[in-house]
Design a protein around this ligand. Sequence first.
Ligand code: ADP
Ligand code: MG
Length: 729
Amino acid sequence: MSAAAPAKTALSPARRALLKMGLARDIDLALHLPLRYEDETRIRRIADTRDGEAVQVEGTVLHSEIMPGARRQLRVLLDDGSDTLELRFFTFYPSHLKALAEGAQVRVRGEMRSGLAGRQMLHPAFQPAGGPLPEALTPVYPTVAQLPQAYLRRAVQSGLEHADLAETLPSDAPPPTVLHGQNGLQRLWSLRDALYFLHHPAPDVALAALEDRSHPAWQRLKAEELLAQQLSQLQSKRERARLRAPPLQAQAGRGAQALHEQLLAALPFALTAAQRRVGEEIARDLARPVPMHRLLQGDVGAGKTVVAALAATLCIDAGWQCALMAPTEILAQQHFGKLTGWLEPLLARRGQRVAWLAGGQKKKERAEMLALVESGEAALVVGTHAVIEQQVRFRRLALAVIDEQHRFGVAQRLALRAKMREGLAAGPPQGDAAPSGGSDPRGGRAWGASVSEPHLLMMSATPIPRTLAMSYYADLDVSTLDELPPGRTPVVTRLVADSRRDEVVARIAGQLAQGRQVYWVCPLIEESEAVDLVNATATHAALAEALPGVTVGLLHSRMPAAEKKAVMAQFTEGRMGVLVSTTVIEVGVDVPNASLMVIEHAERFGLSQLHQLRGRVGRGAAASACVLLYSTGDAGRLGETARERLRAMAETGDGFEIARRDLAIRGPGEFLGARQSGAPLLRFADLATDTALLEWARALAPRMLDAHPELARRHVERWLGGKSEYLKA
Ligand code: ADP
Ligand code: MG
């Protein structure tokens, strides 16, 4: 019995620290690479060393004594014939005194310091002189407090010796082009050689090549890592391709009756070429019996909503339900308004409705909406994440659209998938009539058994930079709206110091005089909603006073939903000149008559957030501007990244360029945000510099999965272990 005592209590603190760092398997340890190296391969002459150098010397102890006083210390004077060196220890044991006694020959290692009193080393490592010297540099690994470097070194060494480092690259894999180098085609290192080298490099290595990771050993590791990422994403993509989804094809014989054509005819504008193209991409996906997994990206104002509406009509035309979900109630409300405006008259003729679901809804309205969704009378369901709540029962959901998908967390995305499957269990529609339910022999179990999930269309106004799309998002199909609707004038962006607020207010008056409308956004201070509110309220009061006779509205996150709705309605309908708001208007709000956006404390906003906010103006034909009011605060100057963000805003209006700069400023970890929380980010490869390796991995992955599935499986297992599940969210 006692032999089965829980292993946990038997774990030493160091072992536990190892596990906490994710260093569980031999291969994990082998892939834990040094932060830097120490050179213990050489003995230096004391006279040749410089201040600050980490060195190793050998000499004879001339003198050793304990200095008395408040801080007892041991001082040892060492001589190697070229010069002398003083060693100091503030903590020491009898063993120190013995090993460092006068006349002893010792080897010491530490950082050289030279002061007025000559050369010194504090707490050097020491051992008897004359022992063998290591042949390789000594690795220094990233570690934590509970994990001594020496313990970690032994663990890594053991991992390296026991891990399965057998080659997983197929022998016919082409070498990455980056290795063609100046010296012609270079042999791709094996993983084993690369790891042994990186853990114990020869002392004559060019340290610069190790530091900037251009060394062939590093290239091999980065190539391996990127390949693992590509393989696992491709695997999940292929798994999805094996699932079934209802093919949404326009039914023959409906012709001009189809909702799709009716909507196209009813739109007050012609689609842009980009909208037509992505519309076709989506239609092709929907017609297939495999769930779509597509991201529609397009800069703010590119016109994603109408593309979503057209996809919805294809779904409805095929006799199914479509759900559209947005991250905030205001945004969902806008979609609802727009979609009902376009579709409700058309749907009404077929006895169908658009349903609305949101958190702040009255009980009675909610019950009514839930009934519409359940009966299938609601062909389209629009709302916030209330759309995926437990009580919601879709009659026959076949398409889910998520707007601003990056704003939803992993948990919500998983809930959506579960809900989506549930919504298919009832079975396919029966011809033109509303389906008769699960009792139908074609419905219920038979269908539920083979179908896995509906089609998914995600939308985002934060374009994913190309390298990210190729790596972290490789499991998605991406459609891009790269063209704005005609007649837009570019938004002029100005940086204005907060001390010049008065000029900005004068500018507002000018816009209002031309019948335009103005947004004024106050920052969100995460820790204190109360302070925000005070700021927004004060700004609101000041503007109302400075602009007599103008309706100045206030919108903030703590207002009741009904009040928010009323304020938004006033602004949308043009009955309000200035809208002061905390960041609740951030996403998707569409008021084409608004021509000026003022952002207060712009230095506190993230780059993509600023770009989103700026996208609220410039939606009509009027020349529009965005004023970024910044305050240097007590420091008297802006921080480096704040300055970079504001500069980027002033220099470009292109969402892709903004996203690229955002990536450069923040790095992929933050950029990916919720999508990848808990997911392994790339440890070794750097998407900014390793695009050639990324291309190589991308080309190799499908060939490897097809021709060498077992090698592919071992490769992914080696790098990701059990961690590849995250991709499925
Ligand atoms: P976003 O891509 O940011 O979600 P929206 O879908 O809100 O953009 O569209 C922005 C505005 O452009 C809306 O007023 C929309 O009706 C309008 N719009 C969309 N497509 C076109 C088009 N092809 N021509 C003219 N206006 C369009
Ligand atoms: Mg939008």
